[in-house]
Design a protein around this ligand. Structure first.
Ligand SMILES: Cc1cc2nc3c(=O)[nH]c(=O)nc-3n(C[C@H](O)[C@H](O)[C@H](O)COP(=O)(O)OP(=O)(O)OC[C@H]3O[C@@H](n4cnc5c(N)ncnc54)[C@H](O)[C@@H]3O)c2cc1C
Length: 126
């Protein structure tokens, strides 16, 4: 049996998974917002990947690794293991990678929604 599902939202995708589990594998999903999703993915994926990879090297995880390395048997005073200046450097490097460095945020325009050249369904084409 061949099935066509119109709409790749949570309902359509759940239906596709359920049909697949029931042994119906010949399924086509038609999704009108595919261009928007693809454009959003292309825009967000590089920045998101950078943050995910950076999370393994900087920020809170980096601090935990440094403390564990320098004080494997524990410590009484954190300042003896890692000083405020080093903590500040790690935090500021993390902020700039994650995109919430105050200086950068205060000097860029506000976020807004761009049309991405997509004509909403039902509206007349330009
Ligand atoms: C702002 C907002 C916040 C929400 N927050 C939550 C929440 O926190 N938790 C929660 O459980 N629910 C939430 N909901 C509700 C949830 O999003 C919906 O209940 C759910 O998405 C409905 O799923 P659906 O598959 O029926 O429809 P949709 O998710 O709307 O999927 C329908 C899909 O069909 C596509 N489509 C439509 N017409 C066509 C066509 N002619 N040809 C091809 N494709 C077409 C659309 O592009 C869309 O992708 C929220 C809804 C909104 C609007």
């Amino acid at each position: 049996m061949k099935v066509a599902i119109v709409g790749g939202g949570v309902g359509g995708l759940t239906l596709a998974l359920s049909l697949d589990a029931a042994g119906i594998h010949d399924i086509d999903i038609y999704e009108s917002a595919r261009r928007a999703v693809t454009a959003y993915d292309a825009q967000r994926r590089p920045a998101t990947s950078a943050v995910v990879l950076a999370n393994r090297e900087v920020g809170p995880l980096r601090v935990l690794n440094i403390v564990e390395e320098r004080a494997p048997d524990g410590f009484t005073n954190l300042d003896d293991v890692i000083g405020p200046h080093e903590l500040e450097q790690i935090a500021s490097s993390y902020k700039s990678t994650a995109g919430f460095d105050p200086a950068v945020l205060n000097n860029r325009p506000s976020l807004s929604v761009r049309a991405l050249g997509i004509t909403p369904r039902g509206s007349p084409r330009p």
